[in-house]
Design a protein around this ligand. Structure first.
Ligand SMILES: O=C(O)C(=O)C[C@H](O)[C@H](O)COP(=O)(O)O
Length: 214
């Protein structure tokens, strides 16, 4: 299996892709370690500030030190230049809020996973033309599980992951998995960088809920 297949498998197995941004290296590493201790093995940092590149570099270093079975991707990638920068320092996969086919080509040249963000059937089609194995439905709280159910038959076999406003809440998770998604992305409802006191318990709970919801 190449890295693309391995990361896709991990996301599907985990059923949840946690994500956050923080400008501070030490705080970000601490959050990543807590997620790892709670059982997370694939994770997305987001490119939401000028420090993202250097913080991501420090997450890669921490992973290499003592979390070798953890896969680290970067989200909020819109341009080829951004993708290039993060691939160069070792991003295992790339997540976007949009569909930029040129980013898809670059990521696929490196046999890595590209997860574009789609909000319409036309965007989903465009992402499929570029062989997106997994598509992020974004913003998921605006679309809702009924959007997924309505378009599912148009895109048979395509894997989807809603992201944006997904909560650690059994009914919400059940509705998403019943609509046909393979995994969910979870940011602020799981990780509050300013209050990490319950992060370990919340992550365990989210993993447990996801395993029961599908
Ligand atoms: O820009 C991107 O590529 C992103 O990854 C955006 C994030 O997926 C969502 O903003 C997360 O939303 P919450 O789970 O509600 O915090």
């Amino acid at each position: 299996m190449n890295l693309k297949e391995i990361v896709l498998d991990k996301i599907l197995e985990q059923g949840i892709l946690p994500l956050f941004f923080h400008h501070d290296k030490a705080e970000s590493i601490a959050i990543l370690r807590t997620l790892y201790q709670a059982g997370i093995r694939v994770f997305e940092f987001t490119n939401r500030g000028p420090e993202a590149l250097t913080v991501f570099e420090s997450l890669i270093a921490a992973r290499n030190l003592d979390m070798p079975d953890l896969y680290l991707g970067i989200g909020t990638i819109k341009s080829v230049e951004e993708a290039q920068q993060f691939l160069q320092i070792g991003a295992d996969f790339i997540v976007s809020p949009i569909v930029n086919p040129l980013v898809g080509s670059l990521v696929h040249e490196q046999h890595k996973l590209w997860i574009p963000g789609c909000m319409t059937p036309t965007e989903i089609y465009t992402a499929q033309q570029q062989q997106a194995a997994l598509i992020k439905l974004f913003p998921a709280n605006i679309l809702g599980p009924t959007f997924m159910s309505s378009i599912r038959d148009l895109f048979k076999g395509q894997k989807f992951m809603p992201t944006g406003g997904v909560e650690i809440e059994m009914e919400n998770l059940k509705a998403w998995f019943n609509s046909g998604v393979c995994a969910v992305g979870m940011g602020s409802k799981l990780i509050d960088p300013k209050d990490t006191g319950n992060l370990f318990e919340n992550t365990k709970k989210a993993l447990d809920f996801v395993s029961k919801a599908r």
